[in-house]
Design a protein around this ligand. Structure first.
Ligand code: MV4
Length: 450
């Protein structure tokens, strides 16, 4: 097992990784920017190294500085967390070239899944159901019109270099397709320097359901069920839950096993999330994320499995500590992402936390790097806390979530806690009756805050 792990991240996820390391008897190295010298992840780690100025490009994304920090401190492994360098295949290779273990998938799989065309071609080859569309890239207007004619409108054009909602455009008919394609290409070229595009049938009211996969270096691949992440605003997830209110136990197990078998054929290593759109009882692959995700705690809630501990064990060459038949899905879990944002306008609200009282009690987990007196810096993502609640069933989970949100005090700045309270009081939400467009409509209909 590793003796020392460098955590190449900040905020709540740096703490999350630190906690797993501590429990495993592994020492930790924090890296930080000059803006994060007083951050909780720096205080808790055994050692820390400043890797650069506030802007992430020069610190949390500064590969030479991070490799130097690992070498100076003699770290055996690097955990990238999520975001930052977590899905950078080049970084994963460089880490390995320095004789350090990258706690994550193989660089080749990070690279494949980073190119959304290659990802989809690969998924199809593995037998994963995909949205009907072009076979690979669409090169010309004539080709796009031919594909659309065959599959039917509306169609969506997506950039190979996009993902997570960036570089997408919908064409409703053949008349507007050429214009939409030209615009999409120009935007992709400007944003990513790559204008490769592909096309899919546009699904009008799907849910976003993702399957958690975990694979060791001994050929064992297990699925840990799904998460429903349909509640998004501008492609930012707001609340996630497991299991999905839309699936029954039979669908969950059959589909989970199918996905796990496909990922086994790929020779994948580590944790991964296979994202699907789900409509009219059918799953359609959209993307695969080759990292630990923000919402991993909901899966931990219903399975009792520590995903970060398993990641570290897998990276050290150990086999999974459980088999598929050992995984039992227990109850229901919901995560609320609490952001330092105005709960109506969503503009960021960095500043000093004057009071801090997190909720607790049975079934309540708070993953956060906040403390009273902490100053939320303006340079990074506005996620400041994740409230994860578990209950024996969805109803108990919802009641407990309301209680926990009411208990949570974050003073000094505005947060999205009031939005979560409004959301979970809504009837459609309570009934699990929502798709990927529902939350935006819900927010648009909210009254002004007093
Ligand atoms: C789609 C789609 C409808 N049809 N693909 C957005 C994020 C990216 N991962 C894929 N996205 C979508 N792809 C087809 N063929 C609708 C979306 C989409 C979406 C997906 C998941 C969660 C929220 C969303 C919000 C708008 C659009």
């Amino acid at each position: 097992m590793f003796e020392k792990v460098l955590i190449a991240n900040r905020g709540e996820i740096a703490l999350r990784v630190h906690r797993a390391c501590r429990e495993m008897g592994i020492r930790t190295v924090a890296i930080h920017s000059t803006a994060d010298a007083d951050a909780m992840h720096v205080r808790l780690a055994d050692e820390s190294v400043c890797v650069g100025p506030p802007n992430a490009a020069a610190s949390y994304l500064n590969i030479p500085a991070i490799i130097s920090a690992a070498e100076i401190t003699n770290a055996d492994a690097i955990h990238p967390g999520y975001g930052f360098l977590s899905e950078n295949a080049n970084f994963a290779s460089i880490v390995a070239e320095h004789g350090i273990t990258f706690i994550g998938p193989k660089p080749e799989h990070i690279r494949i899944m980073g190119d959304k065309i290659e990802a989809k071609v690969t998924a199809k080859r593995l037998g994963i159901p995909c949205v009907p569309g072009s076979e690979g890239a669409v090169r010309t207007e004539a080709e796009a019109l031919r594909v659309a004619e065959e599959i039917g409108y509306p169609m969506i054009l997506k950039a190979a270099a996009g993902g997570g909602g960036r570089g997408m455009k919908v064409a409703r008919n053949a008349e507007e397709l050429p214009r939409v394609m030209a615009t999409a290409r120009a935007e992709a070229k400007a944003s990513f320097g790559d204008d490769s595009m592909y096309m899919e049938r546009y699904l009008q009211k799907p849910r976003h359901i993702e399957v958690q996969i975990i694979a060791d270096s001994h050929g064992n691949v297990v699925h840990l069920g799904e998460r429903d992440c349909s509640l998004q605003r501008r492609h930012q997830k707001i609340l996630e839950e497991a299991p999905s209110p839309a699936l029954n136990a039979e669908e969950r197990l059959t589909f989970g096993n199918q996905v796990a078998e496909s990922i086994r054929k790929l020779g994948y290593l580590g944790v991964g999330t296979v994202e699907f759109l789900y409509e009219d009882g059918q799953f359609f692959f959209i993307e695969m994320n080759t990292r630990l995700q923000v919402e991993h705690p909901v899966t931990e809630g219903i399975t009792g499995i520590d995903l970060v501990r398993e990641q570290i064990r897998i990276a050290s060459g150990a086999p999974l500590s459980f088999r598929q038949e050992d995984v039992k899905f227990n109850g229901h879990a919901i995560e609320c992402r609490i952001n330092a944002e105005n709960p109506r306008t969503f503009s960021p609200t960095p500043g000093k936390i004057t009071d801090y009282h997190p909720p607790g009690g049975l079934g309540v987990r708070v993953d956060s790097a906040l403390y009273s007196g902490y100053r939320v810096p303006p340079y990074y993502d506005s996620l400041i806390s994740k409230l994860i609640v578990h209950g024996a069933n969805r109803n108990e989970c919802l009641m407990r979530l309301r209680r926990a949100l009411e208990e949570y005090v974050i003073g000094g700045i505005e947060t999205t806690i009031p939005l979560h309270l409004e959301l979970i009081a809504n009837n459609d939400f309570m009934n699990g009756d929502y798709d990927i467009h529902w939350l935006e409509k819900f927010i648009a209909g909210l009254p002004p805050l007093k």
